[in-house]
Ligand binder design. Structure first.
Ligand SMILES: NC(=O)C1=CN([C@@H]2O[C@H](COP(=O)(O)OP(=O)(O)OC[C@H]3O[C@@H](n4cnc5c(N)ncnc54)[C@H](OP(=O)(O)O)[C@@H]3O)[C@@H](O)[C@H]2O)C=CC1
Ligand SMILES: O=C(O)CCC(=O)C(=O)O
Length: 478
């Protein structure tokens, strides 16, 4: 019998119903059997995290630093193996899997450093003889709920700051991709975290995720995933008067102006829209192109797409791996059909592909003649599907880019300093990209959106402290 990867509750590995983790590049390949946690397990994990909080929140900074540092070092040392596991369970290419693993290590490394840089402020009071101290304290038990599309980086950028600032954690990864989450929790556990500080409950959102939302003992929840689930997290958090942070969808525009360098425009569009199989909340799903470059741009993007290899994520030479599962594949196909019905022209792709191994292979789909009012331009598809929207000039491009309920990432390709500067100031998004793809962000600076994409403080970098700590102001009369 194969090894069962178990849940970690109060420092003990706990059994559960064995669920196979299936490789989307080869559905005959079982990555491993993972124990599915129950509602009772979720409650036990929350209780363990609550019991561990007083000691961990007062733990020495060197202890926190050492655990985060060791975790970064082990992830780095095992980057090929973990990157392979990531690609095998999620379907992004091996290069992308290893790249994401390195990013996870960099995040742990960054927060290992932050643990030694915790600081407060001492200010004079307006009252003579009184001084004021402003300090940050851990929030308490942090619930972490993650999606399937970044199986190691998103858990890393939530777990590392949570532990760094002295919180204890109950972590529920997406049911589809438990492998990398199990691996990093195992590393953290062996790195010396006290019992109950880090708890892993793999399982269904509707069971263990819901148990987390319903618990009065979780003090803060950080969530990345769909808008629908994000709204549930928000409603439940308001009910319990707890802190929450949401990272949800995007319908990210990439504007291409007449004066753009065509090669850069094509690189940004193809990378941003189709790499990682388009399964990124930062993906450029709307390519907004001015008239003078439109036809050359469409021709060049189509030519580039023809040369891309869609195949098994682990195979050398693959540019685009499979869609994550049958259900997501169905969603992509549904939107391709909707785009055609709405009158957009499918200029390339959109076909299911057969490969040597049975998997969910989709030829990247490029629509042209799309309008910004079509459903394919307004709703998140979350697959390798992008639409080209033709516009007259920069002003119409900016207006179209901002005409969306979302506001995560917004890009422009231009050689005009005037337009680049104007766009940075006027794009309604949390992240603006000039001559770089809308997707693929640094690990040490704030990440997050505006409008319907995000709620609460930004993630990553030093700004993460806003969510994972609470500020205390103390007055002392001498
Ligand atoms: N912004 C982003 O990065 C992402 C956006 N999406 C969007 O969402 C769509 C659907 O993907 P999906 O994975 O189903 O997204 P979900 O929002 O359902 O999943 C995200 C996380 O929330 C959990 N969850 C689900 N229901 C609940 C609940 N009632 N209470 C607490 N947690 C819950 C999931 O658990 P589990 O999966 O284990 O059931 C998963 O861990 C995609 O097609 C895409 O459009 C998806 C992933 C990432
Ligand atoms: O583009 C990136 O690097 C991050 C994207 C992301 O976090 C997401 O898709 O959920």
């Amino acid at each position: 019998m194969s090894e069962l990867f178990r849940n970690l509750i109060g420092g003990e590995w706990v059994d559960g119903e064995a669920i196979p983790n299936i490789n989307p590049s080869d559905t005959n390949d079982v990555v491993g059997e993972y124990a599915r946690a129950s509602k009772d397990d979720a409650q036990a994990a929350i209780a363990a995290a609550k019991a561990a909080f007083p000691a961990w929140s007062r733990s020495g900074l060197l202890e926190r630093h050492a655990v985060l540092r060791k975790t970064a070092d082990e992830i780095t040392a095992r980057k090929e193996e973990l990157g392979r596991l990531l690609s095998r369970e999620e379907g992004k290419t091996l290069a992308e899997g290893i790249g994401e693993t390195v990013r996870a290590a960099q995040i742990f490394d960054f927060f290992a450093g932050e643990a030694l840089r915790l600081a407060g402020e001492i200010l004079p009071s307006v009252r003579p003889g009184v001084s004021v101290e402003v300090t940050r304290e851990a929030v308490g038990v942090v619930g972490i709920i993650t999606p399937w599309n970044f199986p190691i980086a998103i858990p890393a950028w939530k777990i590392a700051p949570a532990l760094c600032y002295g919180n204890t954690v109950v972590f529920k990864p997406a049911d589809l991709v438990p492998g990398c989450s199990w691996a990093i929790v195992d590393i953290l556990h062996r790195a010396g975290l006290p019992k109950g500080v880090m708890n892993l409950i793999m399982g269904k959102g509707s069971v263990v995720g819901q148990a987390m939302l319903d618990s009065p003992d979780i003090d803060a929840i950080t969530f990345t995933g769909s808008v629908a689930t994000g709204k549930r997290v928000a409603a439940a958090s308001v009910e319990h008067m707890r802190k929450f942070q949401l990272e949800m969808g995007g319908k990210n525009p990439l504007v291409v102006l007449d004066d753009a360098n065509l090669d850069i425009a094509v690189d940004c569009a193809v990378n941003g829209a189709f790499f990682s199989t388009g399964q990124r909340c930062t993906a450029s799903s709307r390519l907004i192109v001015t008239e003078g470059i439109h036809d050359r741009f469409v021709e060049a993007v189509t030519a580039r797409l023809k040369g891309l290899v869609v195949d098994n994520a682990l195979k050398a030479g693959t540019h685009i791996g499979p869609v994550v599962d049958e259900s997501q594949f169905g969603q992509d196909e549904k939107y391709i059909a909707i785009g055609r019905e709405e009158g957009a022209k499918l200029a390339f792709g959109g076909e299911r592909l057969d490969r040597e191994t049975p998997g969910f292979y989709l030829q990247p789909a490029l629509f042209t003649e799309a309008t910004n009012q079509m459903r394919i331009s307004r709703e998140e598809i979350f697959g390798p599907v992008a639409s080209v929207i033709r516009v007259k000039d920069y002003e119409e491009a900016l207006h179209t880019a901002n005409d969306t309920p979302f506001g995560l990432s917004s890009g422009i390709v231009t050689t005009s300093l005037k337009h680049a500067t104007h766009y940075k100031r006027n794009a309604q998004a949390g992240m603006v990209m000039v001559n770089v793809p809308t997707a693929g962000v640094d690990f040490h600076v704030p990440f997050g959106g505006s409008k319907g994409s995000s709620y609460g403080p930004k993630e990553q970098g030093r700004y993460a402290a806003e969510f994972y700590t609470t500020v205390k102001t103390a007055y002392t009369a001498a």
